[in-house]
Design a protein around this ligand. Structure first.
Ligand SMILES: [Mn+2]
Length: 319
């Protein structure tokens, strides 16, 4: 077998990049020290997910992303609830006997899952990457100690995370992965191509905090934002809980050329006593998600319908 290794990872995601970095190190140390590693970021799309995936390596790996039944796939690690595109794919995985494909949706990050499997089954020593693994689990699992840590962007991990998630520089993450596999995060955050990307994204982040502060209506435990007058589809979803630590739920409405989005979230730093399921609430309007964070998409022409839904949900959550 040759040495060419193709590692496909969840693009624009700290956990995806970290999983690729941990796998790289594991593979060189425990499987093949001569491996030539190549990286490809994968993005969710409705159909034909793997049409453009170049399974051109002697080994082909997917981490933190959906399963592929391609016979060229040799390693797979994932923790997403929806890991299989079809029941046939799931059946294909269950029948696999190669012992190099792993799935466990109880893990908060793929990085932590991959590390555990590599250590227990293949004798990998993950200690040099402990900092990276720790932060991947915090970021992917929304397990920040305080809202400040999630919003202030004053630690290297969250700075690198902002660049990974928001940078429009497509080749940036593939350049970054070898650094993640070999350097402390503080050193990586100071690299030119990270620091230069970070500055403008941080300005945008601060501007979005300013806009959210202006547009917010906080009442009876729920913050409501109508952001449709601003050019702001993406924003850090922890900002409401930073600005209003007492709020339990947040409801936002934002617009982009493709869609109008109503986002409904709950404060991760509050225990929810009454069992409101946000996915169920959003499903009534054709949306969905998780119990604690969910959303509804509307056609760009349906602004009034979207506003109506956002107001009704806000009223329901305030009761
Ligand atoms: Mn993940």
């Amino acid at each position: 077998m040759g040495n060419k290794v193709r590692i496909c990872f969840h693009n624009r995601c700290f956990d995806g990049a970290s999983s690729a970095a941990v796998f790289s190190r594991f593979y060189r140390e425990c499987i093949n020290s001569q491996a030539e590693l190549h990286y490809t970021g994968l993005t969710h799309r409705p159909a034909g997910l793997f049409d453009e995936v170049p399974f051109d390596g002697d080994e082909n790996i997917i981490v933190d992303f959906k399963y592929s039944s391609s016979p060229r796939l040799t390693w797979w690690f994932d923790h997403h609830q929806s890991a299989f595109l079809t029941p046939e794919d799931e059946e294909h995985f269950r029948r696999d006997t190669g012992k190099q494909k792993f799935y466990d949706p109880t893990y908060k990050s793929c990085t932590k899952f991959l590390t555990t499997v590599a250590r227990e089954r293949f004798g990998f020593h993950p200690e040099p990457l402990a900092e990276l693994i720790h932060w991947a689990d915090i970021i992917d699992g929304a397990q920040y100690e305080t809202p400040e840590v999630a919003v202030k962007m004053n630690v290297p991990a969250t700075q690198i995370g902002l660049v990974i998630e928001a940078s429009s520089d497509e080749g940036m993450t593939t350049r970054l992965i070898p650094h993640l596999a070999s350097k402390p995060l503080a050193e990586i955050a100071r690299l030119d191509f990270i620091a230069d990307n970070f500055q403008p994204l941080y300005q945008l982040h601060q501007k979005s905090m300013e806009i959210l502060r202006q547009e917010c209506q906080f009442e009876r435990g729920v913050v409501y934002y109508d952001l449709t007058g601003h050019d702001l589809e993406g924003f850090n979803k922890f900002i409401p809980y930073y600005q209003y630590p007492d709020c339990i739920f947040s409801v936002s409405i934002s617009a982009s050329p493709q869609r109008i989005k109503v986002g409904v979230g709950s404060n991760p730093w509050h225990d929810l006593k009454d069992g409101k399921n946000l996915a169920e609430i959003c499903e009534r309007y054709g949306g969905g998600g998780h119990a604690r964070v969910a959303a509804i998409s509307f056609d760009p022409n349906d602004l009034e319908k979207a506003r109506q839904a956002a107001r009704e949900i806000t009223e329901e959550l305030r009761r």
